[in-house]
Design a protein around this ligand. Structure first.
Ligand code: ADP
Ligand code: MG
Length: 378
């Protein structure tokens, strides 16, 4: 059963431009659903329309199969966690956690019980009498989570809840939030601009740009089968390497600025409708040394080498574009030296030079992967 449905949801603040345009998706019960995209793409607007904090300009919102466009926030049965935690500085942790329940007139004994449970779940038992200013950033974040937990709402909306935390704590809280969501079985809609959070936390991801939905899918679907150039470069770090190439139909090949030639099949040429294409290759698909038959070989001058301990990032120019290769292990190579690299044509993405839609992407089959995993786990 779908829990939350958006049907061509639109929002305009100024009656002339769309902050959100025609967003359509069904979110399942118990799903961890992520809205991701660059700043200003409309993520918070969608979340706030679902919460009832922002009016809906056009389209329909359904919660539990009931039209919810005009329900008050309090009638929507959801909890919300904001980026700035929205804690009351003059109230104790306990009072902050219970604030919503008091407003809802939940009985005192029940309040106490729920608070104790939530505090235990989030490791706040010893901090209940403190004020927010006496807590670390991570602890404050947990108070905000505890407030969502005690509400007992079957769905929770979170707007960039981790962006004020340092990198290590963020990693830790990612796991904690995901575990909490599984344990409580709640439906989560989670907003982030961080593609790592999207990839690691979500059951499914919606990628947005300029108020428009670019793609909805599982993290691996989005990573392996991006629908267009924007999704391909937004998801993945370092991002997919991209260069523009001219299509030489006579000789079935793609020509890049630095005289690099990529041979492709006649069938592939036929699929390309434009005169130019963007070629894309992920950094981890670029290998050291000369390749084998259907591989593209080239020699590049390294412009930067970043040894990260367990992997090495190498930068070099392809025409005017900086590309990166990611190799496992430690490769403290000299800058400016010529290095042989290669990639397999099978791993190449091609995007239409005009529409930027994906024309060709490497073979990837999720069902095969699932079968392999299920055989292995037997
Ligand atoms: N209250 C508002 N009044 C006018 N414009 C707004 C308001 N809130 C957001 N916007 C505009 O709507 C667009 C989407 O904003 P928002 O949903 O906050 O994006 P995100 O959360 O993805 O960063 C932006 O162009 C932003 O400037
Ligand atoms: Mg926002």
């Amino acid at each position: 059963m779908s829990h939350i449905q958006l049907h061509q949801l639109c929002k305009t603040y100024d009656q002339s431009t769309f902050a959100v345009e025609d967003a359509t998706v069904s979110i399942e019960k118990g799903e961890f659903f992520i809205l991701v995209g660059p700043s200003g793409c409309g993520k918070s607007t969608i979340l706030r329309m679902i919460a009832g904090l922002e009016g809906i300009s056009a389209g329909e919102l359904y919660i539990d199969n009931q039209r919810a466009n005009h329900l008050l926030p309090s009638q929507r049965n959801l909890s919300m966690v904001f980026q700035n935690y929205a804690l009351y500085p003059h109230l104790t942790v306990e009072e902050n956690i219970l604030f919503g329940l008091k407003v809802k007139k939940v009985k005192k004994l029940e309040r106490k019980k729920r608070c104790e449970e939530a505090a235990k779940l989030l490791g706040l038992t010893n901090y209940l009498k403190r004020k927010p200013r006496e807590l670390s950033g991570g602890q404050r974040q947990r108070v905000a989570l505890a407030r969502a937990v005690v509400s007992d709402a079957p769905m929770c909306l979170m707007d960039e809840p981790l962006s004020n935390l340092d990198a290590k704590l963020r990693g830790h809280m990612r796991t904690e939030i995901r575990q909490l969501q599984r344990k409580l079985g709640i439906t989560m809609i989670y907003v982030t601009h961080d593609q790592v959070e999207a990839m690691t936390m979500g059951d499914r991801i919606m990628v947005l740009k300029d108020g428009k939905v670019q793609q909805v899918g599982t993290p691996l679907e989005i990573y392996n089968k991006p629908k267009n150039l924007f999704v391909a470069t937004f998801i993945g770090a370092p991002p997919m390497n991209i260069s523009k190439a001219t299509v030489d139909r006579m000789n079935s090949q793609l020509l890049l600025k630095n005289d690099l030639i990529i041979p492709i099949s006649n069938e592939e040429v036929r699929q390309i409708k434009s005169d130019t294409v963007y070629i894309g290759i992920r950094p981890e698909q670029i290998s050291r040394g000369k390749g084998e038959s259907r591989d593209v070989d080239f020699s590049v001058q390294l412009s930067n080498v970043e040894v990260l301990g367990n992997e090495t990032l190498l930068s070099f120019y392809i025409g005017e574009d900086i590309w990166k290769a990611k190799w496992l292990g430690q490769w403290p190579l000299d800058l400016n030296r010529q290095t042989n690299i290669s990639f397999s044509i099978e791993k190449l993405y091609l995007f239409d030079g005009d529409t930027e839609k994906t024309v060709i992407s490497p073979a990837w089959n999720e069902t095969v992967l699932k079968e392999v995993l299920s055989v292995e786990s037997r």
